[in-house]
Design a protein around this ligand. Sequence first.
Ligand code: PBG
Length: 345
Amino acid sequence: MELNMNSKEDFIVDKKNVLQSSIINSTLRDWQCLKCEITATNLMYPVFLIENDDDIQPIESMPGISRFGINKLRDHLEIQVCNGLKSILVFGVIETLPKDKIATHADSKANPVIKSLPLLRKWFPEVTIACDVCLCPYSESGHCGILNNDGSINNTASLKRIGEIALAYAKAGAHIVAPSDMMDGRIGAIKSILQAHNLLNKVAVLSYTAKFASSFYGPFRDAAKSKPAFGDRKCYQLPPGSSGLAIRAADRDVQEGADMLMVKPAMAYMDILKEVKDKYPHYPMFVYQVSGEYAMIYHAAQKGAFDLKLALMEILGSLRRAGADVIITYYTPFVLELIKGKSKL
Ligand code: PBG
């Protein structure tokens, strides 16, 4: 091939198209990263509520995280609210109340979430409260739905119960109910029961849209005392390799009237996060950085693999870039402290 006479000029023109001129100082660098900003509004903080109001129980599998009785949670949240906390996701954990086939204590008067919601609303009027809706912390099987005698899921009975529990949390003061059970049809069932009780326009539904059957929930099952007594959750949580089912789940949630969508876990599922957000840009998109991800990052930093602050902000920023509007993370208190007084890290 003959040498192109213009090649020298082409080379010079090419050289003008540099990237480094776009990142000459921190303001220019920030302009490249606006989609990745992390403010308090982008964070939701999961908390574990126990029966004994004055107890606090550190969770061994999640160093730095504890289960709180309501009085201890009050002290803990006061600090977070001063740092700008906007929203929490509440999980109930029972130890003395009995677990049974129909998860009676998911919505009984003795349930720690039901008891605490009016207090949380009164003490923290500026905090938006979401409640996880599921049977597994309260059912003797540890499964997320009601089972038939042969161990299979009874969908009709499960939807009825999940609807009742969601309604009870809504009546007790939850702004948001968040079903994490992955039963077919639960968004529609919850919307119907809210409608029947004139709460349709007063309570939002955050769907755990694409919740995968993941290894990363290990520490949570210890934290929430919700390990399945037998079997696994592969018949209702999505197979990790499947993006098709995740998109179908999002389509269905939207049809059934979900207000907000979620992908869970986070880091290993960022392609799903992006695909769902790209398909439904008008829905606030949540991603859950789950217990195993929390522990993984904690232990890696602890062993000196990286700096916790830098690595965490890189991960959270990347989740925002992939399409997350809100990140549910146990690191919320740490991040609020980091971003305090700064518009951005
Ligand atoms: C209950 C529920 C789980 C999580 C949130 N809600 C556990 C599970 O499905 O096994 C996981 C949260 C975490 O790992 O941080 N259905």
